[in-house]
Ligand binder design. Structure first.
Ligand SMILES: [Ca+2]
Ligand SMILES: [Ca+2]
Length: 216
């Protein structure tokens, strides 16, 4: 009898857990993080932290005190820049992914590169993102609330978990030999010797960084 009750409770817990995404999944949470690279450029990366089932979304970036100089696709953007100039402000991007991929695996969706405006510094840079229900393009989801979290973009954080460690070195090693597809964003963030490509020497540098042999 005790075993039966335990089994029923266990099944109930599993069923409740399975039901949770439908009930609690109406929040789309994005993580935006920026930093300044060695060239004085501002890098601003966007990733998804919580996706209630959106497979295509339009988002608008408004910014001040900087010029947008590059938009680098993490592999899910569609149509950005085709009908607008980099000077467009707000700048609109649209990401599209397979419905089976929710983009919350830590990969970067898009990275924006800016140059501070004349007379301004990176400290003056301001930005905000917006999107709403009408920007969800291929889902019947209703009443989705969007939340934007901010942080600091860490150089060499290839897997986007807000720390630089041996997992990033391994990620870069896999990228350098083609196991993980390089998408341009990784080069912007993890090219340690600034030679414009990701190679094993970048993986080795990040490994040394991770174990404290070198410091940035
Ligand atoms: Ca990391
Ligand atoms: Ca390199």
């Amino acid at each position: 009898m005790k075993k039966t009750v335990s089994l029923i409770i266990a099944i109930a817990i599993v069923l409740c857990a399975a039901a949770l995404p439908a009930d609690a999944g109406q929040i789309g949470t994005f993580y935006t993080a920026h930093t300044v690279n060695q060239n004085g450029d501002i890098l601003l990366a966007v990733s998804a932290r919580q996706n209630p089932g959106i497979a295509a979304l339009r988002m608008r970036l408004s910014y001040a005190n900087a010029e947008l100089t590059g938009v680098i696709d993490g592999g899910a953007l569609e149509g950005f820049g085709a009908s607008q100039q980099l000077s467009a402000n707000p700048f609109t991007v649209q990401w599209v992914n397979s419905a089976s991929i929710d983009l919350t695996d830590g990969s970067y969706i898009v990275l924006f590169r800016f140059r501070p405006s004349d007379g301004k510094t990176a400290d003056d840079f301001e930005y905000s993102f917006s999107c709403g229900q009408n920007d969800i393009l291929n889902s019947r989801l209703e009443n989705v609330e969007f939340s934007w979290e901010r942080g600091r973009l860490l150089r060499y954080d290839a897997n986007n978990d807000s720390r630089t460690d041996t997992a990033d070195a391994l990620y870069i090693l896999k990228t350098s030999v083609g196991i993980i597809k390089e998408n341009g964003i990784i080069t912007e963030i993890c090219d340690s010797n600034d030679d414009g490509r990701i190679a094993t020497d970048d993986a080795l540098y990040i490994l040394k960084l991770a174990v404290g042999i070198v410091r940035e």
